[in-house]
Ligand binder design. Structure first.
Ligand SMILES: NC(=O)c1ccc[n+]([C@@H]2O[C@H](COP(=O)([O-])OP(=O)(O)OC[C@H]3O[C@@H](n4cnc5c(N)ncnc54)[C@H](O)[C@@H]3O)[C@@H](O)[C@H]2O)c1
Ligand SMILES: [Zn+2]
Length: 350
């Protein structure tokens, strides 16, 4: 079993990773609280038939008093309205302050369940059991939890660190190629900003099938990169912005299509390529980075291309919530593996 300790003082926690660990998740969760406490497993309608049984059996075997609930799969479930359903599930199973919530699913379940855990009874323990690649390398680590409001994504949220993150690479076997590619955009992002060796390993593997044998190492390497950044900037006021490489243009593109036509990963892939092309022209990024990123993304089903009219898309950048006080920081690469934050005015994109 591989373990990483996220060091955040009294909010520190372990990320543990092992193939098949879902069948032993109870052994990780039980020691975190009093014997026999209640555990509520929140999941979605796709994950429930695939993986919920294993998780529940293991939690019961470890002596926890388990109940569970599944919500419809998909981003619309992350709406504020769903919170009422989750709170009512918590209430019906009689959760108290000393009990624990377990989020078994992708980023939607992790973000929503984490926010419900952060707010129900003024805060319950929660354990993330991420089941998508994106959730394993990104959303389950770092303590950002949120729901979507009618005015935008993630508008109501909190920083609420999990008590543990349990990563089972085996659950990725049932993930569709489409969602695997989505997560790969974030994996490639980590290589770009912090780890040239990772970038090269991905390039060498060159396909989902070949990567399968190394996926544990790859996922944990990404978690470790996020760990370091989060430890230095838990509340996202500075360095954590590095994780946003490719995301400024990516978010604008998602928004341009009203979050319908393009997936997050596909948009981030276009964003990584776009910002490198601009920065290469300005001499701020080594020549050839955009091309290397595009070639790697292509191997994992991400085209890095989109036909949206550029000027209209950059119009949406103004509305990005990370665009504070009119000043816009962007994340650039000196070269592959070496990201940096570059302060600009709005003119950067023109
Ligand atoms: N908190 C953060 O720091 C953070 C970071 C990045 C993204 N996010 C959020 O994450 C969300 C996206 O997460 P996501 O891409 O995981 O989406 P998701 O949770 O909707 O999962 C994607 C799809 O995969 C299915 N699925 C999940 N695990 C599966 C498995 N093992 N086998 C088969 N199917 C499976 C789900 O049912 C769903 O249909 C967004 O709401 C985004 O805002 C949060
Ligand atoms: Zn992202």
């Amino acid at each position: 079993m591989k373990t990483l300790r996220v060091g955040l003082g009294e909010r520190s926690y372990d990320i543990v990773c092992e193939r098949g660990i879902l069948s032993r998740v109870g052994e990780v969760v039980a020691p975190l609280g009093r014997a026999g406490r209640k555990a509520f497993v929140l999941t979605d309608s796709n994950v429930a038939p695939l993986w919920l049984g294993k998780a529940v059996a293991s939690l019961k075997a470890a002596g926890l008093d388990v109940s569970s609930g599944a919500l419809p799969a998909g981003e619309p479930t992350k709406r504020f309205d769903s919170l009422m359903t989750v709170y009512s599930m918590f209430a019906q199973s009689g959760l108290t302050r000393s009990d624990v919530v377990i989020t078994l699913g992708g980023g939607v379940i992790g973000d929503l369940g984490g926010f419900a855990a952060a707010t129900y009874l003024r805060g319950l323990d929660f354990v993330q059991v991420p089941t998508t690649l994106l959730a394993q390398v990104d959303s389950a680590v770092g303590g950002k939890v949120a729901v979507d409001l009618p005015w935008g994504k993630n508008l109501a949220g909190a920083f609420w660190q999990p008590k543990a993150v349990v990563v089972d690479p085996e659950v990725l076997d049932t993930l569709s190629d489409e969602y695997f590619s989505d997560g790969m955009a974030e994996v490639i992002k980590y290589g770009c900003i912090r780890d040239k060796g990772l970038f090269e390993r991905l390039d060498e593997a060159g396909s989902r099938e070949k990567l399968r044998a190394h996926i544990d190492d790859v996922v944990m390497r990404c978690c470790d990169i996020k760990r370091v950044v989060v430890e230095r900037d838990e509340r996202d006021t500075g360095e954590r912005m590095l994780l946003n490489f490719g995301h400024t243009y990516g978010h604008a593109l998602e928004k341009f299509y009203d979050y319908k036509k393009i997936s997050h990963g596909a948009a981030v892939a276009v964003g990584m390529r776009t910002i490198c092309e601009i920065a290469e022209r300005k001499g701020l990024t080594a020549a050839g980075c955009a091309e290397k990123i595009t070639s790697l993304c292509n191997k994992f089903g991400l085209s890095c291309k989109d036909d949206a009219p550029y000027r209209e898309v950059i119009g949406a950048i103004k509305g990005d919530k990370k665009n504070l006080n009119g000043a816009l920081n962007v994340v650039l690469l000196h070269d592959i593996g070496d990201g940096y934050i570059y302060p600009t005015d709005g003119g950067f994109w023109l």
